[in-house]
Design a protein around this ligand. Structure first.
Ligand SMILES: Nc1ncnc2c1ncn2[C@@H]1O[C@H](COP(=O)(O)OP(=O)(O)OP(=O)(O)O)[C@@H](O)[C@H]1O
Ligand SMILES: [Mg+2]
Length: 385
């Protein structure tokens, strides 16, 4: 397993999270449409790639990232084009006949066959409905849509909240069309919480049919196993004790942090000609990691874009206090809400911070802490001070 800190992990570089994958398959095989709910960098896209690369028999996966799309018809055009390239559609006479009717020049449907260009005007939502409803000879199509909430946000920004609601409703109707729901399932995810965006639209009913798949952090044993796999491709060694030391420092054991620390250790060994890793070297690797602005900046920019004015001041100050003191109590949160005149809405904001992976109150319902001590340290150095 090679260190990978930027792109999603794929192939041999993917740490096989058997329980998670099993859970995903349980949901798929019982016919659910799924929302993968997890904070940034936790491994959502990597999981989708794994499913794409390892389909079970009679399942066909399609992966589409729609980040930059900003209107509904364009979204469905992209999905149609992708669906037309899958085995699900190939050789379907019915789909061919249907397409020939709307686009008479079409001769063949296949990998290099039909594709609808940006300038062609069709109702792609309707077209997709018809294509997906065509008989599939027992095959199931799983349509995985990455960065879906970003698309929704783009639509809201460019065309307003009601266009956003319409978009959600169209997706829901498509999922629930009877001829489709037997043979097509959708998996949605994205780097921002769909539930947060949807609840701001008061449109929770448009996604309440989705089964949630959480991506938990790794268990300690899994994290140890992953560290050992990563060690196979580097020039330095780590004792069991040091691995434990590293994992304790990381605490929130998402694969991304394991990868990042290993990358820093590798760089240190090379740049400083270090041959023997010690606790001090590990500490240095963590310090260096905190200086990698791109690893963490998105946590901050996300708040800048989704909260404005006093809302932003409220969440920022909440996180500042938690980063300084190690936690923030419910009373302190309430005091901040009063200060910024957010008594009505502050609970939703706290909910967003929990949902998006900043903080939790697991140990004690009245105390909120960072999920990740690394993020806490970063925040303290770069935002709070
Ligand atoms: N199963 C895995 N095995 C190895 N590394 C992983 C795994 N899952 C995630 N990672 C690490 O975490 C990083 C982020 O993974 P990925 O892009 O899949 O997360 P994401 O949740 O889609 O992130 P984003 O919210 O930014 O889109 C990868 O670059 C890799 O370092
Ligand atoms: Mg991703």
């Amino acid at each position: 397993m090679k260190i990978q800190t930027g792109n999603p992990a794929r192939g041999n570089d993917f740490f096989n999270r058997k329980n998670l994958i099993q859970k995903a398959w349980d949901l798929i095989e019982s016919g659910n449409h799924i929302l993968i709910a997890a904070p940034r960098r936790v491994g959502k896209t990597s999981l989708m790639y794994f499913l794409l690369d390892h389909p079970k028999n009679n399942y066909i996966f399609l992966y589409l990232i729609t980040e930059s799309v900003n209107n509904e018809n364009e979204f469905f055009r992209r999905v149609v084009n992708k669906v037309l390239k899958t085995d699900f559609i190939q050789a379907s006479q019915k789909v061919m006949a249907f397409l020939e009717k709307i686009v008479p020049t079409i001769k063949k449907v296949g990998p290099s066959g039909v594709e609808f260009g940006v300038n062609e005007e069709h109702n792609y939502r309707e077209m997709l409905g018809k294509i997906l409803a065509s008989p599939s000879e027992g095959k199931k199509l799983i349509i995985m849509l990455d960065e879906f909430p970003e698309t929704l946000e783009n639509i809201i920004e460019d065309e307003g909240a009601s266009a956003g609601r319409h978009f959600l409703q169209s997706n829901r109707e498509l999922r629930q069309q009877t001829e489709i729901s037997d043979q097509v399932q959708f998996i949605y995810t994205g780097s921002i919480g769909l539930e947060n965006v949807v609840s701001q639209l008061n449109a929770v009913n448009t996604i309440n049919d989705l089964a949630r798949l959480q991506i938990p952090p790794l268990k300690k044993e899994q994290a140890e196993e992953m560290m050992n796999l990563l060690l196979k491709n580097v020039d330095f060694e780590l004792s069991e004790h040091l691995i434990k030391y590293i994992l304790e420092k990381i605490e929130w054991l998402i694969p991304f942090y394991l990868q990042s620390v290993m990358q820093e250790l590798k760089d240190l060994c090379r740049d400083e000609h270090i041959t023997q890793i010690t606790e001090a070297v590990v500490d240095q690797a963590f310090t260096n990691m905190l200086e990698q602005r791109q690893y963490f900046e998105h946590w901050h920019t996300r708040l800048r874009t989704s909260f404005k004015g006093k809302d932003y001041s409220f969440v920022k100050n909440l996180l500042n206090v938690a980063s300084e003191n190690g936690f923030i109590s419910s009373n302190e949160i309430y005091d901040l809400a009063v200060k910024y005149e957010k008594e009505e809405t502050f609970k939703d904001f706290v909910g967003s911070l929990i949902y998006d992976g900043y903080i939790n109150n697991h140990g004690n319902p009245a105390k909120y802490r960072y999920n990740s001590p690394i993020l806490r340290m970063w925040w303290r150095q770069n935002v709070a001070n």
